[in-house]
Design a protein around this ligand. Structure first.
Ligand SMILES: [Zn+2]
Ligand SMILES: [Zn+2]
Length: 260
């Protein structure tokens, strides 16, 4: 069941004039309801003001596999691997991130996750789509066949009321013109919070945490795995390992922020 929720996305994409209508509605809303920048509080039209966006989202040289920052000496666009990936490649093939998980931009994810500021997911998706075109938009570079969010446990989902990864994945898929599959991956069991564990314990904690939902065929596909934050990469690595075990040809990790 590559999911039913993908159909309306494609349907919306196919409707001529729909984008123009949405833009017009947004313009009307802005004249009625000016927004405060989620980071600096300046009252203007955008979820995040242009000044904050430019400061936060300046691309850094990053590892081409896991997106760890390589230090400015590496130069922008350097196609290099970090020491960790040279030692052992992660189960995914590439990673796209907007910025490091640090103050003040961590406030974007905190406001989304714990404050329920859902427009931030749409804003992050817009920036990720832009970054995707810059980094992977070269001729011949295939976009993912499908975007899948890292699922929350049912208990966490019930507490929060939404999965922030899906809130980012859905508009990102629309912008990239690819399918989104909210239930491609299933959380098979609840796991203790990763933040309390060291790397080895994180990997053990995650073993068999995910399953491929019945009826999904990922063989030969390029899967985009979406999450809000990558910390050690253990969660995304475990999900990528599962997809590869089911024959996925390529897994690209797409996250808003990454712990440096
Ligand atoms: Zn601002
Ligand atoms: Zn790396």
């Amino acid at each position: 069941m590559l999911h039913a929720a993908t159909a309306p996305v494609q349907h919306r994409l196919a409707r001529p004039g729909d984008g123009a209508l949405r833009q017009q509605a947004r313009r009307w809303l802005r004249t009625l309801l000016p927004a405060a920048c989620a980071l600096c509080g300046t009252v203007q039209d955008e979820t995040v003001c242009a000044g904050c966006a430019e400061e936060l989202l300046t691309p850094l040289p990053r590892c081409r596999c896991c997106a760890r920052p390589l230090g400015r000496a590496a130069g922008p666009g350097a196609a290099s691997l970090c020491a960790q990936c040279r030692y052992e490649m992660p189960p995914f093939d590439a990673a796209l991130v907007l910025a490091d998980y640090a103050s003040p931009q961590d406030g974007l994810v905190l406001a989304l996750k714990f404050g329920g500021v859902l427009p931030l997911a749409d804003w992050l998706a817009g920036e990720l789509a832009r970054r995707w075109q810059v980094e992977f938009g070269t001729p011949g570079a295939a976009p993912p066949d499908v975007l899948a969010p890292i699922p929350l446990s049912s208990q966490r989902l019930a507490e929060r009321g939404f999965n922030q990864s899906w809130e980012i994945a859905r508009p990102l898929a629309r912008r990239l013109g690819v399918r989104a599959a909210p239930t491609l991956l299933a959380r098979l069991r609840d796991t203790p919070a990763q933040t309390t564990l060291d790397l080895h314990a994180r990997q053990a904690n995650l073993q068999d945490a995910f399953g491929l939902a019945p009826g999904n065929d990922v063989a030969g596909r390029h899967i985009g795995l979406v999450d809000d934050v990558m910390t050690s990469g253990a969660t995304l690595g475990e999900a990528a390992r599962l997809l590869k075990a089911h024959g996925a040809a390529r897994v690209t990790v797409v996250v808003a922020l990454r712990t440096a």
